[in-house]
Design a protein around this ligand. Structure first.
Ligand code: MN
Length: 420
């Protein structure tokens, strides 16, 4: 299909993240209704209404109740063959050539909503959440700052996608504000630890992929099949309290410093929508073990930005990065996740790890941008920042673009509220 020429009868503003070629999936709420939805331009489209009017009857989907659930887990569990069939069917219904839906005024009136009329909810019930550490620039920066510049990467880093199992209960949708966490820190190494609000709240610019499945316990996913289990991607702000992290993380890794809130963008953009933006991964040296080897283009060229906005002050652009910098690809991450026999479920989420690029303006966390507090940022009101202040809003956005097409994720925003 020549996706670049497809046009919708729904108006799509210039530079919109949501042309008809995107067709992301999310959950909308309005009035008494909570439904699966897609988005074209600035319109949200309630898929339950399209199901009511029989627009999915011709598809090979046995149980249409997937279009009436308050989360997308059951829809995603149909598998990529079927969810992509739904996506293509929606593209057909909303393309200018097709009269079927656009001539049904009643269905249009009920199904098509202005994006301002709806509230976006968490799109999936996240059963399990893993956070990887797969940007070589980020891992190197952290190693240089906290360990040894000559041996910044630990010996395992180039051999496997390092990760840890995170907390899913505190993953929230964009627009949810998060209180500054309290916890133990040890500001003075010669004194006992103290308890109180974190003084080093940071963001981590990440993307997260969401899997389908389920797979069986004991069964590994072969790397050649791994992409079949990846439904799509969201932007992911993995908030971190660096002072709590520094004191607690040895020897089992981050705990409370990373579990007080992580924020995702509301629309899951499918791998199919990102297809035109495939790119090579960075060269892996040494070559990974055979179970992690893959050929071809397994990475995606997605521009990422972070803006920091103090209360009542204009935002400042503080980071421009790109998903393509990821050293370990999604398929390598998922293959590694299951190689020991761990099963996966629909709606599980896998964070990329902070995505830093090669230059200081592309670093994906305040820790790196301000280099451990030594290079403060200046906001538009001349106030300075080395970490996030109370009532600052962190705004992340991301999109892929070529000369014909822009596929984006919208925004992932959260405000840091004072400690409770
Ligand atoms: Mn993280």
């Amino acid at each position: 299909m020549k996706t670049e020429i497809m046009k919708s009868w729904i108006e799509v503003p210039e530079n919109s993240d949501f042309p008809i070629q995107n067709i992301p999936f999310g959950i909308i709420s309005y009035g008494q209704t909570v439904s699966p939805a897609t988005r074209i331009g600035n319109k949200a489209i309630d898929l339950s209404v399209l199901a009511d009017f029989g627009f999915f009857d011709e598809l090979d989907i046995e149980d249409l109740s997937v279009f009436y659930q308050p989360v997308l887990n059951e829809f995603i569990s149909l598998g990529k063959k079927k969810t992509n069939m739904v996506r293509q069917h929606l593209q057909k219904l909303f393309s200018v050539e097709c009269r079927e839906l656009q001539d049904n005024q009643k269905a249009c009136d009920l199904a098509i909503l202005s994006i301002e009329e709806v509230q976006m909810l968490l799109p999936v019930n996240v059963g399990d959440y893993t956070d990887f550490y797969s940007s070589i620039e980020h891992a190197t920066n952290v190693g240089v700052m906290f360990r040894d510049p000559a041996n910044a990467l630990l010996p395992n880093w180039r051999h496997l996608p390092v990760g840890y199992h995170g907390r899913s209960s505190s993953i929230v949708v964009s627009g949810t504000n998060i209180h500054r966490p309290k916890g133990q820190t040890r500001p003075d190494d010669k004194q006992p630890p103290v308890f109180g609000p974190s003084k080093q709240v940071d963001f981590e610019l990440e993307m997260a992929f969401i899997t389908s499945g389920p797979t069986k316990l004991g069964e590994a996913i072969d790397i050649s099949q791994a992409e079949e289990f990846i439904f799509g991607l969201v932007l992911f702000n993995d908030l971190s309290a660096r002072d709590i992290q520094k004191w607690e993380y040895v020897p089992l890794g981050p705990f409370l410093s990373k579990s007080f809130g992580s924020v995702i963008s509301p629309w899951i953009v499918t791998i199919e929508a990102l297809e035109p933006f495939r790119t090579e991964s960075p060269l892996q040296e040494p070559k990974p073990l055979p179970y992690l080897q893959h050929d071809g283009k397994n990475n995606f060229d997605i521009h990422l930005e972070v803006l920091l906005k103090p209360e009542n002050i204009e935002s400042s652009l503080i980071c421009k990065s790109n998903y393509k910098y990821m050293y370990w690809s999604m398929v390598q991450q998922l293959t590694h996740q299951t190689v020991a026999g761990c099963n996966i479920n629909p709606g599980d989420m896998y964070g990329s790890g902070t995505i830093s690029g090669p230059t200081p303006d592309s670093y994906g966390s305040m820790l790196e941008i301000c280099w451990k507090g030594t290079k403060p940022l200046t906001m538009k009101d001349e106030s300075s920042r080395i970490f996030v202040h109370d009532n600052d809003t962190i705004i992340m956005n991301g999109h892929a673009q070529n000369k014909d097409l822009r596929i984006g994720f919208g925004e992932c925003t959260t405000k840091i509220l004072p400690a409770k």
